[in-house]
Design a protein around this ligand. Structure first.
Ligand SMILES: N[C@@H](CCC(=O)N[C@@H](CS)C(=O)NCC(=O)O)C(=O)O
Length: 213
């Protein structure tokens, strides 16, 4: 069964290469899972069809036969159950992957996205700086002693964490955390990531051509 990954047909230049359907593309590429890309017109994202698949009018969403899912973390865990390339089959390995996927979303991205957003307005001081530093310091300490977050090898937890950490302003801030910087560079060097990223850039470039912009 071919999986369907939903994204927008078009987004402005800024987020290209960072739209979260990339997490799903990357996972499918790692696992060799067949998928196609389906699009909702950016202007139609608050229409009833898209709200039925993503209640916050966002992307990505995933369709797997009768199953329709939103939230990139939920979609990644769904994909991970299909392939040992993304998550080991043993209960201990699965538990570790689950905790680190949730940690990526709820302990790192929960801080990093608001930190990034506040930073866009270039305040003299970002009030979330200390909070983010504390989280990155702890994560750096974990990765100083092992190459991967869970199960002793690459899993979907690393895919997600590296995608969270690759926001440019965050990567620029990784200097004080050498293990974190090295980890992010290493995970982002994976061919499946490079392909997924290029495919997303090509997808939005094709949308420009179709719109004549
Ligand atoms: N928690 C959601 C966040 C999804 C999200 O922020 N999607 C962005 C694209 S990367 C989006 O759709 N932004 C448009 C909007 O929020 O209206 C997830 O991980 O799937």
């Amino acid at each position: 069964m071919t999986l369907i990954l939903w994204t927008y047909d078009w987004v402005p230049q800024g987020p290209r290469g960072h739209v979260r359907d990339l997490r799903l593309r990357w996972a499918c590429e790692e696992a060799g899972l067949p998928y196609t890309i389906a699009t909702v017109r950016f202007e139609d994202r608050t229409g009833p069809d898209h709200l039925a698949r993503q209640p916050f009018a966002q992307v990505p969403a995933l369709q797997d036969g009768e199953i329709s899912l939103f939230e990139s973390g939920a979609c990644l865990l769904h994909l991970a159950k299909k392939s040992a390339a993304l998550m080991p089959p043993d209960p201990k390995g699965r538990a570790e992957v689950l905790e680190w996927v949730v940690a990526g979303l709820n302990s790192i991205e929960m801080v990093s996205v608001p930190w990034w957003f506040i930073g866009l307005s270039k305040p003299a001081e970002n009030p979330l700086e200390g909070w983010l530093h504390a989280r990155l310091t702890r994560l750096d300490a974990v990765l100083a002693h092992r190459p991967y977050l869970a199960a002793g090898r690459f899993t979907v937890a690393d895919l997600l964490m590296a995608d969270i950490l690759r926001v440019p302003s965050l990567r620029a801030a990784l200097g004080p955390w050498p293990a974190l910087a090295a980890y992010t560079t290493r995970i982002l060097g994976r061919p499946a990531f490079l392909k997924a990223r290029q495919d997303q850039l090509d997808h939005f470039a094709a949308a420009d051509a179709a719109r004549g912009t």
